[in-house]
Structure formats: structure tokens, C-alpha cells
Design a protein around this ligand. Structure first.
Ligand SMILES: NC(=O)c1ccc[n+]([C@@H]2O[C@H](COP(=O)([O-])OP(=O)(O)OC[C@H]3O[C@@H](n4cnc5c(N)ncnc54)[C@H](O)[C@@H]3O)[C@@H](O)[C@H]2O)c1
Ligand SMILES: O=c1ccn([C@@H]2O[C@H](COP(=O)(O)OP(=O)(O)O[C@H]3O[C@H](CO)[C@@H](O)[C@H](O)[C@H]3O)[C@@H](O)[C@H]2O)c(=O)[nH]1
Length: 445
């Protein structure tokens, strides 16, 4: 089939290249010239494992190209996929400016019957708005469908090529037929729904996953006080198939371009129909506070952060991405700087994105994990990159001025620590919090 994909962010690029890989002819469009020029030179604007190789193969095969000419791409396609951003407005609502602009441009360009698919995450009712905007511009026939995207950054290609399910929200038989044909090489598990339910499935899925994370983080906080180990608790819970093992890793809270904005957007969607989504509001509140446990733990050991040097390992919101949107590292580093600490930060791939966001005389970006910890008073691990887990803790102990390690992602094991004299705080593993100020668990009865 012939596809135009509007927007070359994660979703546009990854779905565009994956559809090309399945044998479709794909034109990926962006309005930002520099992005299209980069892609034209064989460079990829984002870090995503395997993406460059897959782009190169499909460009060479003549199935994939990049363009700034939306009208031309729309004219040459059967299916137009909207994958533009829907960032948060200051009140938490999804900003639909890019969706509306793109819809108007599609409407002005449309020359024949097309299926217009929204892959961007959009509030319930948006696809209907998209249809209305296009209809204002043209008398051509077209149908709309909501096909939400569930890929994760860092494993985006694997997720796209092996989806758990595909959701197609449409009332049009033609759209259903074409989109089922397009997605059937990926999975048999295709769920066809009405448009509004498809839009809601995306928000409900993200909100549920965010709820799991905040839930386990609260359990972790209680574990620290009662002397239980959250990793064991999560394992024990996860063996129950009704609960499942995934998304029960306690840490410093979720970040990224999706969970923070989509939970806020769903709270707003509910608010617009006079429903207070109390549970989700608490999920957001718990998540917002969880990152500050890193600061609390540091202060429990060092008292005052003024004049201390703190090493940070990990700036990206999760490993295998250079995305720093809503990364917990942002607020943690800002707080350290506000409290008078100097910060030495290292991330394998996200440093240049981060340094464009925060620059401060007391913040030094380092080229290696060793440089970041040299002569630091403490180390905070914020992203569980593989290279951090691989370091010898004995070697690390020798590099730091003081052997203090706040492990925000429970990367290190008791066995590894037992050989060292680290003062070590992790998340929800109190028996591993080897610290001078470690509190004994309270007597419960
Ligand atoms: N990032 C993810 O992992 C992910 C996963 C699932 C769903 N989503 C959703 O998918 C959507 C896109 O997310 P993203 O992270 O890829 O976004 P992004 O902001 O990284 O990229 C969007 C791109 O669209 C381009 N664009 C905007 N208006 C345009 C127009 N009129 N014509 C051409 N290009 C235009 C922008 O220049 C930008 O390059 C969002 O709604 C997001 O919530 C994202
Ligand atoms: O057990 C867990 C799992 C994740 N996280 C954190 O949660 C955030 C999000 O992680 P993940 O979901 O793996 O990455 P995203 O790329 O943000 O993907 C989510 O957001 C996308 C955009 O909507 C959806 O498409 C995906 O299905 C959904 O998983 C990260 O900060 C993780 O560190 C935890 O703290 N504990």
C-alpha cells in the first residue's frame, strides 16, 4: 500500500520505517526542514536502537523516502497517518494545534479517496474534529480511523513489529478493510472498535501502567519502613497472572514523553465531563514526589548539600533512549543545584539533549561515568543503563571521595555490595540500605 506519514518523531519515523519494511511504499513528512535534510543525508535525529539500519535498508530498497511536501505525499498515498506531537498545555490538556494544522493541510491537499489515520495520542472526540476540519477543505471522499500507538522508546522497532494488539477505531468498512490488511502481517490480534473507544483505550492503557508504577513505588516506600524488600514483593505479586510481572519495578517514578502528559490529559478529559479522576490524580502526585526520595536519602547521609559534589549517572528518562522529556533527572539536578551542590553528570547518549535544557556554572557534563564520580561526595544512579550495572563496585568505591551510593533503580545486588563499604540506599530494599543513619524497621506489634 502507499502511505504518507505526517511527523517524523518517534512514532512517525518508527511506524513509517516498519511499514516500509513490510513492503509498503512510505513517504515520511515533516515540516522541519533540518530533520528532513538530516534524514536525507542518512542521519537519524533520535537515538533508537536499530532504527538507522532499518531506515538505510528501506531507503536503499526504494520503499522509504523523506519530504517536507505534505501535499505531494498525501496525493501519492492511499492511507495518511497522523503522527504529530500532542504535548501538554499548561493546564495539562493535550495541545491539538499540530493535529488541527496537519488536518487542515491534508484537507487542502486531498485529491482522491483516502483513509486518514490518527496514531498520535488524542483526547476522545479528536478524530471527529479531524474529519470535520478535512471536510471543511474538500469535497473528496475520505474516512478517518483512530489507530493508537503503543510502542515504547528504546524498544520501539521490536514493539512495532511485534505488537500485543492493534486497535482500529473506525465506522468505515473500507477503512477497516485497508487497515486490517496493512496491520495483519504484524499480528492476528486486531481489535476493531468505534472511534471514541479506540481513543480512550490509549489513555486508559497508559494511565493503568502509570498506576502500577505509582502503586509499587508506594509499596516500596512502606517496605523501607517495615523492613520488607519490594523486589521480592513485586516478584511474589507478579506470579499471579491476574496481576502480571511487568511495570512493577520500583524506582524514582515514571518520566518520558507519554505517561506524564497522558495522565494529565486524561484527568482533564474526565474533568471536562464533570468527573474527578481521583485515583489518577493520586498516581500523578505519588509520581511527582517519588523522585525527591533521592534528595531525602542524600540529605539523610550528608546533612547539608551546600558545597558537596554529587555525581549523577543517567539523564534519559529510561535506558536506550536520548529522550529527556519529563525525565526525573531534570528536577533532581535542579534541586541539587538550588541546595548549593555541584553536580557532575554523565549519560551514554542523552547529555547533549540535557545540556541544551539546563546549563549552570555548578553543573558539569562528563564524558564518562568514571569522570563523573571522580572525587564526588556521593553518586546517584537515576537511569539503569547497562554500563552502570557492569562496573565493579570495588573500583567505583576507589573513585569516589566518599563511598555513598543512592541507587534510584535497584541496580546493584546485596552480594556485590557486601564486598564494599558503601553507604548504600536503594528503593524499597531496607535490609540493603547499609548506612550509618539507617533506621531499624519499626516494631509492628
Ligand atoms: N514517543 C513515543 O514513544 C510515543 C509512543 C506512542 C504514542 N505517542 C504519541 O504519538 C504522537 C507523536 O509523538 P512523538 O514523540 O513521535 O512526537 P514528536 O513531538 O517527537 O514528533 C512530532 C513531529 O511532528 C512534526 N510535525 C508537527 N506538525 C506537523 C505538520 N503539520 N506537518 C509535518 N510535520 C509536523 C514535528 O515537526 C515533529 O518532528 C504524540 O501524540 C504521542 O503522545 C508517542
Ligand atoms: O516497572 C516500571 C516500568 C517503567 N518505569 C518507568 O516508566 C517510564 C516509562 O517507561 P516505558 O513505558 O518503558 O517507556 P515509554 O517509551 O514512555 O512507553 C510508554 O508510553 C508510550 C507512549 O504513549 C506507550 O506507547 C508505551 O506503551 C508505554 O509503555 C520510564 O521512566 C521508566 O523508568 C518504572 O519506573 N517502573
Amino acid at each position: 500500500m502507499k502511505l504518507a506519514v505526517i511527523g517524523t518523531g518517534y512514532v512517525g519515523l518508527v511506524s513509517g520505517v516498519c511499514f516500509a519494511h513490510l513492503g509498503n511504499e512510505v513517504i515520511c513528512v515533516d515540516k522541519v526542514n533540518e530533520k528532513i535534510e538530516m534524514l536525507g543525508r542518512g542521519e537519524v535525529p533520535i537515538y533508537e536502537p536499530g532504527l538507522k539500519e532499518l531506515i538505510d535498508t528501506n531507503v536503499e530498497a526504494g520503499r522509504l523516502r523523506f519530504s517536507t511536501d505534505l501535499a505531494d505525499a498525501v496525493n501519492k498515498s492511499d492511507i495518511v497517518i497522523l503522527a504529530v506531537g500532542t504535548p501538554s498545555l499548561p493546564n495539562g490538556e493535550a495541545n491539538l494545534t499540530y493535529i488541527k494544522q496537519a488536518a487542515a493541510e491534508i484537507g487542502a491537499a486531498i485529491n482522491d479517496y483516502k483513509v486518514i489515520v490518527t496514531k498520535s495520542t488524542v483526547p476522545v472526540g479528536t478524530n471527529e474534529k479531524v474529519a470535520a476540519i478535512i471536510a471543511e477543505q474538500t469535497n473528496q471522499r475520505f474516512d478517518v480511523a483512530s489507530v493508537p500507538e503503543f510502542l515504547r522508546e528504546g524498544s520501539a522497532i521490536r514493539d512495532t513489529l511485534n505488537p500485543d494488539r492493534i486497535v482500529i477505531g473506525t465506522t468505515s468498512e473500507k477503512a477497516q478493510e485497508w487497515l486490517t490488511q496493512l496491520h495483519s502481517p504484524l499480528t492476528d490480534n486486531i481489535l476493531v472498535t468505534d472511534i471514541r473507544s479506540a481513543e480512550m483505550i490509549k489513555y486508559a492503557s497508559n494511565a493503568f501502567l502509570a498506576t502500577k508504577i505509582s502503586f509499587i513505588n508506594e509499596i516500596a516506600n512502606i517496605c523501607e519502613k517495615v523492613g520488607a524488600d519490594v523486589t521480592k514483593v513485586a516478584e511474589g505479586m507478579g506470579h499471579d497472572n491476574r496481576i502480571g510481572r511487568s511495570f512493577l519495578k520500583a524506582g524514582i517514578g515514571y518520566g518520558g514523553s507519554c505517561f506524564p502528559k497522558d495522565t494529565q490529559a486524561l484527568i482533564q478529559i474526565a474533568g471536562h465531563v464533570d468527573y474527578e479522576f481521583k485515583l489518577l490524580k493520586s498516581v500523578v502526585e505519588v509520581n511527582q514526589d517519588q523522585r525527591f526520595n533521592v534528595i531525602r536519602k542524600l540529605e539523610a547521609i550528608l546533612d547539608d548539600l551546600q558545597g558537596k559534589t554529587i555525581a549523577i549517572w543517567g539523564l534519559a528518562f529510561k535506558p536506550e533512549t536520548d529522550d529527556i522529556r519529563d525525565a526525573p533527572a531534570v528536577e533532581i539536578i535542579q534541586t541539587l543545584l538550588q541546595r548549593g551542590a555541584s553536580v557532575k553528570a554523565y549519560d551514554p547518549v542523552a547529555t547533549s539533549n540535557f545540556s541544551r535544557l539546563i546549563s549552570h556554572p555548578q553543573l558539569k557534563y562528563c564524558d564518562s561515568k568514571e569522570e563523573a564520580v571522580a572525587n564526588a561526595d556521593a553518586l546517584c544512579l537515576l537511569t539503569e543503563w547497562k554500563e552502570f550495572a557492569e562496573i565493579s563496585l570495588l573500583e567505583l568505591e576507589g573513585l569516589l571521595r566518599k563511598p555513598i551510593l543512592i541507587d534510584g533503580r535497584n541496580v546493584f545486588s546485596e552480594e556485590e555490595l557486601s564486598q564494599t563499604s558503601f553507604i548504600y540506599y536503594s528503593v524499597g530494599r531496607p535490609n540493603m540500605n547499609h548506612g550509618v543513619r539507617d533506621e531499624s524497621p519499626v516494631l509492628l506489634f
